[in-house]
Design a binder for this molecule. Sequence first.
Ligand code: GTP
Ligand code: MG
Length: 652
Amino acid sequence: MSYVNLGILAHVDAGKTSLTERLLFTTGVIDKIGSVDKGTTQTDSMALEQQRGITIKSAVVSFVIDDVTVNLIDTPGHPDFIAEVERVLSVLDGAVLVISAVEGVQAQTRVLMRALQRLHIPTLMFINKIDRGGAHAERVLQSISEKLTPAIIPMGSTSELGTRSALYAPYGAADADFTARLVDLLADHDDALLATYVHDETTVSYRQLRGELAAQTRQALVHPVFFGSAITGAGVDSLIAGIKELLPEGTRAEGDADGPVSGTVFKIERGSAGEKIAYVRMFSGTVRVRDRLQYGRDNEGRVTAISVFDRGSAVRRASVAARQIGKLWGLGDVQIGDAIGIARTTAERRSFAPPTLETIIVPRRPADRGALHVALAQLTEQDPLINLRQDDIRQELFLSLYGEVQKEVIQATLATDFNIDVDFRETTTICIERPVGIGAAFELLGKAPNPFLATVGLRIEPAPINTGVGFRLEVELGSIPLSFHKAVEDTVKATLQQGIYGWEVTDCTVTMTHSGYSSVSSTAGDFRLLTPLVLMSALKQAGTIVCEPMHRFHLEIPADTFGRILPVLAQLRAVPQTPAMRGSSCLLEGAIPAAQVHELQQQLPALTRGEGVLESAFDHHEPIRGTIPTRPRSDHNPLNRKEYLLHVVRRV
Ligand SMILES: Nc1nc2c(ncn2[C@@H]2O[C@H](COP(=O)(O)OP(=O)(O)OP(=O)(O)O)[C@@H](O)[C@H]2O)c(=O)[nH]1
Ligand SMILES: [Mg+2]
């Protein structure tokens, strides 16, 4: 048996869950098809998902095509739940990107496609909802080429588009236009094919072309496009055949069931008794019930039960092996992103932007404060991109968020699962700081006013945007023990969580320029305590600029409301580009501060007779115009030497 671990990704409401349901039905896993609108699908199983008709958590199901087991991961499309998609990406062999034939490519589709391309995940596209009024094939293909990638090939044609009888028919060897387009596309990455074809086109057989198409799809160089409808089932057979023909079977993995154990945890759930359940994609080796496993940083635990996905749902098994997805019980301290056994050496880079909003969360009953802390800690463990921060000075709980819908979901979850009613106060945006110049500082051991048994010198300078924090050595590696180096590096990263204005400092390089210690009495603690002092004084010299998160927006409004929208956009500090007129609609794209998106969303119905549609997704950080928002450094404040030393003394 071979396995394909397949993600279904798309913008909100494109039809991922409906398509998942249809795939399960067509492959014989379920004999009655559920509906998102009635809350009866397999993958939208949470009560909140069923009430709202949207997916909130990713869910795994499986079906079999001939001798291939497909583990399908249905993901949420709403940008507020992008963290769910982030974690799934690392375990996929392939993906189906769903695009609505009516709404077309949306801001979120671009965000997803960019991530799939960056990770070289083989991706098929499925243009869904061909049965719905307003469906358009050519227009969607055109916008895919323009906005996502030109390396696409429509695999068939549609008829009676926009009606319940809409159908999809795959192209075959006899379709000369199709084969010509295939050659054209494939030859971009295969000179030999082009040369043979130019020499004598009859020597390249259709089978060879399909084989080359599969090979290039598996390398994520080209993207076959299918059409259909999750509701009527049109085109779904062809998509299933495409998954088998064109996507790799667990080839991104080493895949040896007898090899050393290696897996990745991509989802955590709590069982009915509150026990932790870890969803693991195995890359190599076999895990059996009662095995002792190393996981995460330095944790060890015994597996008490395992289930594996088989024809639909998870079933109890004695083991889970390479290429499979399984649920593991018994790993008490497990977290999302943890490696099971040997960690895979993949670059640890975020595919999507971190949350850009932060809110203060308060229990309605003050007595719930402690319980709220515990409940939120549990929720953040399932959703590690949500940061929970306790402000010691203000005695308040800060929660980072992607948006308003996520806020409502957290509120509802706390009420139903934990019986805690909460309110939110002051949603603000999370800014970042970037250094603007170069700053350097050092403190020598034994030289007042340095109270620590360590010499540390650091230089900080700007680095290219989106590169995070780099750490380099300009001192000999052996000049201090390795553990002291490590203490400095870790402390540099921790200190930069809060810059001069209290925001995380990023896109910079920190270089260690001086180091020294006393072989008799220095400890790593001396380095840990001295580093923040030196670094913050270097940072002060360099200076930082506060940058706020900006969204790219796409606004569709009735053309006659344009005059009314423009001043509102200006007031919200949005910068629109030249508008495009399409019939009686006006399309506006541009940049808007993340802080203002919600306000625009609120005002839109009144400004556009309820017809305006706004989409937006995080795009970049930009120096803030106007007053700089600051948040207090809550743990310690090395900007003020005296206060910091007092803090250290109190702590020691
Ligand atoms: N006419 C038509 N409606 C569809 C089709 N696919 C989905 N829908 C409808 O579109 C809406 C959204 O469908 P979902 O399957 O929940 O979409 P989704 O992509 O899973 O949405 P999120 O998980 O919330 O991002 C529902 O009302 C579906 O009934 C289709 O092929 N044709
Ligand atoms: Mg869904």
